[in-house]
Design a protein around this ligand. Structure first.
Ligand code: HPA
Length: 275
């Protein structure tokens, strides 16, 4: 068997044994500073990444390293408290391993979240953006021999983010009185934040928010036909002007994400309820 598949099935078998009879229907990836959504999960079973055979460990700030299985919005969910980033030095099959494990476990939907820089001039710190599409500037995680058990060689990307879930999330946000944007997420490698010219470039090519994650996970989920819903928390605004009094840093990003986490969490919860 392909060693990548062996690793996926071994980790999935381990997790299945640990979760007993539970059958998570929704997978959730919690981005920088958003890990506290996991506190809303009822009857949580916590499984540290480091206990799972072959599993990479998240080293990024604002990321714990646990799967949390429990109930949210009346459904059984499996949440990743902390994700694996390409900039940490892991190859793409490790960055996306958790998604494939969750696929084998049987998830029917994937929810992704991240902290992102606002590139669209309308976006302010603390705003939420529903991801309607992405631009991938990371290496494609499907490069290499295709894992036929998981999906086709040339996956369609016409609807990367599920249109029904987007529409429902917009209704939910309106009902809850939460302002949301809907835009395009640009995924770069990091770990540097963008230069002023790079922020301009992202805006010109159609990006509304930029970050260092999410796209590989979404590509791998879509490869396996899993419908995806995603949201970004805008944690900083793009500076095009070589400002002398501004600096991007990881700490401020985590603080801003934490402040918006409750709003994102209520939308996720209601959307899960409505599935
Ligand atoms: N750029 C890239 N990644 C990010 C940013 C940003 O401005 N903010 C949070 N993650």
């Amino acid at each position: 068997m392909d060693p990548r598949a062996e690793r996926i099935y071994a980790a999935a078998d381990f997790l299945k044994q640990r979760i007993g009879g539970l059958e998570p229907e929704v997978g959730i990836v919690l981005g920088s500073g958003l890990g506290k959504l996991a506190d809303s999960i009822m009857n949580p079973l916590v499984i540290p990444y480091k206990s799972i055979p072959g599993f990479p460990v998240s080293t990024a700030i604002g990321h714990k390293g646990n799967f949390i299985i429990g109930e949210l919005g009346g459904k059984c969910v499996i949440a990743m408290q902390g994700r694996i980033h390409f900039y940490e030095g892991y190859p793409m099959d490790m960055v996306t391993l958790p998604i494939r494990i969750m696929k084998v476990i049987g998830i029917k939907y994937l929810f992704v979240s991240n902290a992102a820089g606002g590139v669209n001039y309308e976006y302010k710190v603390g705003d939420l953006m529903i991801i309607k599409d992405h631009i991938n500037q990371l290496p494609n995680p499907l490069i290499g021999p295709n894992l036929d058990d998981f999906g086709p060689r040339f996956p369609d990307m016409t609807r990367p983010y599920d249109l029904k879930m987007i529409a429902r999330a917009e209704e939910i946000a309106a009902e809850l009185g939460i302002k949301v944007h809907k835009g395009v997420y640009y995924g770069g490698t990091g770990p540097t934040y963008e230069t002023p010219s790079e922020y301009k470039y992202i805006r010109i090519i159609g990006g509304d928010a930029t970050g260092m994650s999410t796209v590989p996970e979404v590509i791998v989920a879509r490869h396996s036909g899993i419908p995806v819903f995603g949201m970004s928390v805008i944690t900083n605004e793009a500076h095009d002007d070589y400002a002398e009094d501004f600096e991007n840093n990881g700490h401020d990003v985590v603080v801003a994400a934490d402040a918006a986490a409750d709003r994102m969490c209520s939308i996720f919860k209601k959307l899960i309820e409505s599935l």
